[in-house]
Design a protein around this ligand. Structure first.
Ligand code: DX5
Ligand code: ZN
Length: 216
């Protein structure tokens, strides 16, 4: 079954605890924390202290999505926040393997995030070494952008390759994800759907999560 990870970028920042409760009560599986540096992406967002506060305020596993240049400079601070998983962008560092290693040695699951224009084949040698792939279906930096349909074949082709190689790697998808595209994502072979605006704008969040998971 698909898993759902609400993105706190679309939460009420003045009352994050209440937004976290909404996600928990709705049956979410993860919480997604977006970190932006104003360099890798043209926006700024949360840092390690907020990630730490979120981890301390929930029983859900927390995934930290680092949209920052040279993420290895900040990995120690994010590892100290004790999330369950951290993803780094393939495009954000010269030393992707080192960053992945640092995350895993720090006791976290390591994911590699890919911008819409980056082919998954770029990270082929890394696939046996990582814990998940996070495929962006918008250009990272902002919530509320439209889903880029053209990324769907990339998800399907990655899923097919993983199957051929017997690699049991979850594919996360991030950006513009909601009810209009959930079926296509399921068919393409996605496993965990990150949803910001669609989740926090939905009237009945429990129903939304069930609909997304296909159990309603
Ligand atoms: C975009 C972020 C996403 C964002 C998704 O750069 O990585 O996680 O919060 O938000 P929606 O679901 O509104 O596209
Ligand atoms: Zn994200």
């Amino acid at each position: 079954m698909l898993k759902i990870a609400p993105s706190l970028l679309a939460a009420d920042w003045l009352d994050l605890r209440a937004s976290i409760r909404l996600a928990e009560e709705a049956g979410a599986d993860w919480l997604h924390v977006d970190v932006m540096d104003g360099h890798f992406v043209p926006n700024l967002s949360m840092g390690p202290d907020v990630a730490k506060a979120v981890v301390s305020a929930t029983h859900l596993p927390v995934e930290v999505h680092l949209m920052i240049e040279k993420p290895e400079r900040h990995l120690a601070s994010f590892l100290a926040a004790k999330p369950r998983a951290i993803s780094v962008h393939a495009e954000s560092t010269y030393h992707l393997h080192r960053a992945v290693q640092q995350i895993q040695v720090g006791g976290c699951q390591a994911g590699i995030a890919l911008n819409p224009a980056t082919p998954w084949e770029t990270i082929k040698p890394m696939l046996p070494l990582i814990d998940y792939v996070l495929i962006m279906t918008v250009n990272p930096g902002f919530g509320g952008q439209p889903f880029i349909e053209a990324v769907l074949p990339k998800i399907a082709s990655l899923r097919q390759y993983l199957q051929e190689k017997g690699l049991d790697l979850p594919i996360w998808v991030d950006g513009g994800v909601g009810l209009p595209n959930v079926e296509k994502l399921r068919t393409a072979g996605a496993n965990i759907l990150i949803t910001g605006s669609a989740f926090f704008r939905s009237e009945d969040k429990t129903v939304f999560v069930q609909q997304m998971k296909g159990s309603l």
